[in-house]
Design a protein around this ligand. Structure first.
Ligand SMILES: [Zn+2]
Length: 418
């Protein structure tokens, strides 16, 4: 086993400069205060690179430290377990988790101020044979909410959303997997509504960002406040708009759709692959076709992909494999493709931040009729296309062509309709 505090093999130390500096400055026999220095340095690095998560993963001899930046986990340091365990203990205490060895996973939360920013952690600690693994989600509830036109949405998709905001016709559902930026999009929409003389309430788990002039409530399952309970309570406040963080079970689906049926404007998110998939997801949660048909107004599907670093992006001819991807997806191959070489601005990753891929489906009278008569997803998709919806894959390919992202980032959308 190496006696050095950090083993730099296969790690992207450029993402954790302060942490590595703290390791180098470490005396031979570090004490508790050094552990705190390490932890603070790691959090400062995470904040600098806008990491969403910090992982401490113990192995047989060493603990791997990783940051999730723009959706991708990067190894940033490997330290001996002796040091790793101390850091685990530090973060457990910070997040109010029992300091003794855990028999089962525990959750906690805590805060730390770094560079004038108060970061909030939602932490899970799980016992493994090699020690306790820590996963910390970083929340900056004071971060600025992006404007609708800062999300990377094409003109047509933006205009569909604005049209919905003006007319408030039916429920709006944002569809996509975990971590696809659904909540950020909803916040951007609320930002547009903030200035209007209306009452807006939200029910969230957790409240990811504090918004002025909007009443936000956090679901708290431990205290018996679940989504349906919280929604019912907020409805008594007589709001004009209700944001439900997520439709995740039949009960929350029922309460949200009932609220929408009473004329209230409801915005929410649901796990679905694409826009028409929202209908299937609602059906799977026990919502009846006539209820969906009456309530649903607009579905927006989205993903987040990494944005190419503007400082080091460059173009190259396609490889045979890339050319094949285009033909397999019945798409015309571009002449050249953009990729990121890696530079100091992007810590060598070639990417800097993320950009959304979107698909908006505005439900017209015919779409509502189709749902009422039980139309399947394929039928709804062809109707959506016929009425001007541009699908996720098509939007993604446009963004590759424009050099906003790389083909490697959107390949996972292959197989979706274009
Ligand atoms: Zn770069």
């Amino acid at each position: 086993m190496s006696s050095s505090p950090a083993n730099p093999r296969n790690v992207e130390s450029r993402l954790a400069p302060r942490f590595h500096q703290a390791l180098v400055a470490m005396p031979r026999s570090p004490d508790e205060s050094h552990t705190e220095d390490w932890a603070m340095a790691l959090v400062a690095d995470a904040v600098q690179w806008k990491a969403s998560d910090i992982h401490l993963e113990p192995g047989t001899l060493e603990t791997r430290i990783r940051l999730r930046v723009d959706g991708v986990l990067h190894d940033v340091a490997v330290v001996p377990n002796f040091s790793g365990h101390r850091m685990v203990a530090f973060f457990k205490t910070l997040c109010g988790i029992d300091a003794t060895a855990l028999a089962r996973p525990e959750h906690g939360h805590g805060t730390m101020e770094t560079g004038g920013i108060l970061m909030e952690f939602r932490t899970t600690v799980a016992p493994t044979p090699d020690g306790e693994m820590v996963g910390m989600r970083l929340l900056n509830t004071k971060r600025p909410v992006l404007q609708l036109d800062g999300l990377g949405m094409a003109e047509m998709d933006q205009s569909r959303l604005r049209h919905w905001l003006d007319g408030r016709q039916g429920m709006l559902l944002v569809c996509g997997p975990v971590g696809s930026g659904k909540t950020s999009t909803l916040y951007s929409m609320l930002r547009e509504l903030q200035s209007l003389p209306c009452s807006i309430v939200t029910v969230e788990d957790p409240v990811e960002c504090n918004l002025d002039g909007i009443t936000q409530i956090q679901v708290n399952a431990k205290r018996g406040l679940n989504f349906p309970e919280a929604i019912r309570a907020m409805l008594r406040l007589d709001p004009d708009y209700l944001l439900v963080g997520e439709i995740r079970d039949p009960e929350s689906a029922h309460v949200a759709i009932t609220a929408a049926g009473t004329g209230l404007t409801v915005l929410s998110t649901i796990h679905a692959r694409d826009a028409v998939g929202a209908v299937t997801a609602l059906r799977n949660n026990g919502v009846k076709d006539w209820e969906i048909s009456a309530a649903l107004g607009l579905c927006l599907a989205q993903r987040l992909v990494r944005r190419l670093c503007a400082q080091c992006r460059t173009r190259a001819p396609l490889t045979d494999e890339e050319r094949r991807w285009f033909s397999e997806n019945a798409l015309e191959a571009h002449a050249m493709l953009w990729y990121g070489k890696g530079c100091d601005t992007c810590a060598g990753t070639g990417f800097d931040g993320r950009v959304g891929i979107f698909e908006t489906w505005r439900l017209d009278a015919d779409a509502s009729k189709l749902i009422l008569h039980g139309a399947d997803a394929a039928t709804l998709a062809s109707h959506a296309k016929a009425t001007g919806t541009r699908f996720l894959l098509a939007d993604a390919v446009n963004k590759v062509r424009d050099g906003l992202t790389a083909l490697s980032e959107i390949r996972f959308l292959g197989g979706l309709a274009s």
